[in-house]
Structure formats: C-alpha cells, structure tokens
Design a protein. Sequence first.
Length: 431
Amino acid sequence: MAIDLAFDREHIWHPYTSLKNPLPVYPVVRAEGCRLFLEDGRSLIDGTSSWWSAVHGYNHPELNAAVNTQLANMSHVMFGGIVHQPAVDLAKLLLSMVPTGLNKVFFADSGSIAVEVALKMALQYWLSKGVSAKSRILSLSKAYHGDTFAAMAVCDPDDGMHTLFRSQLTPHLFAPAPQSRFDGAWQEEEGQKLRQLFERHHQTLAAMIIEPVLQGAGGMRMYHPEYLKVCRALCNEFNVLLICDEIATGFGRTGKLFACDHAAISPDILCLGKALSGGYITLAATLCTDKVADGIAGALMHGPTYMANPLACSVGVASLKLIAQNRWQQQVQCIEQQLNTELAPARLLAQVADVRVLGAVGVVEMTGNVDVALCQRLFVELGVWVRPFGKLLYLMPPFLISSSELTALTQAIVKVCQQPILTTQAPLPGA
Ligand code: PMP
C-alpha cells in the first residue's frame, strides 16, 4: 500500500514546517548503506547522514544485530531502581573515548534534553555551593543547542530559529560569534574581547556553553580552535564551568574524535547525541567530571521515562565499537580531501558567497536564502538527498560513502548552486 501523502500533509507535522503550507515530503521505504530508496523505485545518495546521526550508513549488519539481540531480551525497562548491561557497557565505552576528566554519565533521550541536563548540572553545582548569584549562562551568537525551552534560551537570541519565543526565554549573556576562521589566522583581539566579558560578568556566570569548532544549525560556521582554548582558560581563571555541546560534532565528524580535540581541551560537562546511536534510535548523553558531580548536592532532578533505553544503549555500544576500530579517521580524511577538491569550483559562481570544509562536512554558502522545496526537487532529480537551510547547501555524508557516491553529491551541489534557487522568503531552519 502506498504511503498516504494526503493524510500526512493534512495531519502530521514535519520538522520546522508549517501544517498550513507544508513543504513537499518524499516517501522513503528503505535505506541501505548510503542510499535512501523512494517508494517509486528511485534511490538517492544520502548527503545528510540523517542530520549527523547515521555515520555508519543505513541498515548496517552489526547495528541491526545489536538491536535484534537486545530485542529478544528486553526492549525497555525503567532505569529508576534498575540497571542493565547495555547501559553499563555503553557508559564504560563512552568514558574510555571522551576527552580526559569526564567520568560520569547521564543518559538522556535527545540532544535537547542532554543540553537541558547539562544546564541543570551547572546551575545546581553553584546552588549547592551556595553561590546563587552564578545563575546565568554565557553562550555565543549563532549558537544552536536545541528546541526545548532552556536549550532555546542559549541559542542565538537575535538571528536564531527561536526568536519568536524570546519573551518566554531566560535572558542569558551572549558573546559575538567567533570570527577567526578555522582555516585562517587567529585574531588575538577576539580572545581579549571575550576576556572583557568574563571580567565584567563572571560573578553571575554559572557556565559557558559552546559548540566546539563548528557552529552547526546556526550557520555551519567553522572557527579557530584557539578560540576554544581561550574559552577553557577563561573558564578556569574565572571559575565558570565549560559545557561543550558535541551533539553534532562528536565521534569523528570534524576529523578528530571530538571537536574539542582540535584545541586539546576538555570541558567540565559534555553533551553527546546523534551519532551516539548510529542513527538508529534517539539517544543522548550528558557527561561531567568528578568535580561537577561531587559538587552537586542532593538528587539531580531529571529522569526521563526512556532513560538509558536498552535498545538504544545496545545499538550505541555497537556504534561506538565501530568508531573505536578507527576506520573513520581514514574515511573522514578522504571525504575532506574530496570535498575540498570537488566543491572548489563553486567558489567561482556569482551566487556563492563562501565554500568551507571541515572533516566530513562541506558547506556552500549562497549570497541569499535558498528555496528549499525547489532545491530538494532539483537534488532528487539528480539522484541525491541534500537538505539545505537558510543560505546553506551542505553535505555531511555517512563515513563509509564511496568516492563515486561522494562525487555524485558534490556534482549535484555545484549544479544546483548555479540554478536560480535564491528566494526572498524567510529562511527555513534545519538541524
Ligand atoms: N545541539 C546541537 C549542536 C545540535 O546540532 C542539535 C540537533 N541539531 C541539538 C543540540 C539538539 O538535538 P536533538 O535534535 O536531538 O534534540
């Protein structure tokens, strides 16, 4: 039976869309490796890893086996008062991989919730110490940390996707978005400006939250690792906790296992998600140091129903075991080289403002917002799956993509960015 598109259009919300005027959707019936199979028999090469998550591709035999084995045992059991092997295995693996110092794990059920928990940890840490004045968070312009209310409050307040709710959000402090490019020179004044903010506000700051090296949904901006080093040093100096949100960047995407590794720093609190469960089931985690955990008096009042879901943890273990084999390093390096070479011609095009690549992420920034529905139709006609947002056409394919599949993606991007795809309509966000 065909997927009921009319029903879908009438009744089901899709991410970041209006039900009154929804964007077209494409019915997918199967996915395998780097390909999505449409109901009409066509297949598309995936350039999105389903929003950073499916790093090992789709329908992966080892990930499938992990889910199936766990399914035969128990798909879910509450985590309150109960523990199970998949949770312990996943926590052990995670702690063996993450930057040094992180030693405690809270399993959350989505990236936004991992951010909520991180903020709660930081605020409770200072409350427990009796320093109630430290109640604000320092974030960055162009930041994106999720869609729930506390997470929205640390997203870019002016130019982000949640400005509609501004009056409902806790007012925090925002530093300008980092300007020194990842591939450019470090501008010393950036560090000095940040220092001034810390000097002025540290007594009210519980934590700084930052997407290390790559600001994702706020504009796919790749900034200089020195900025991150400065953040770590200032947080140490001024007694502010550092929260790194690696929900998008974690597990190899930027060419290092964690984006923090570009600056050789370790946060006090780390948020992970997306690739953690290989794109199979929603799962996220908030990790912290002993210092943070020891500083939190009493219970951490968070406990989602599906916390540490055994199916999700099992597939997480399988996903991390694949990561731990380290094939991603070579794969991401090849993808980076190929993206650099094959997206370069787009630089010469009149409608293109910038081309940038970091690890397995390739971005073409246009001079204006793009018509998403039109772009998606053009991409599907070219046999690829790419989901633009704002001014950006971008690729972040599964790590195991073949060189010829990646060429199909880059060629499609270069072709589409020559078409009349710019629009005056308001931009559509993406993750
Ligand atoms: N933080 C970052 C950096 C993200 O990219 C995202 C997801 N796009 C989130 C948080 C929120 O994660 P989720 O969509 O799983 O709630």
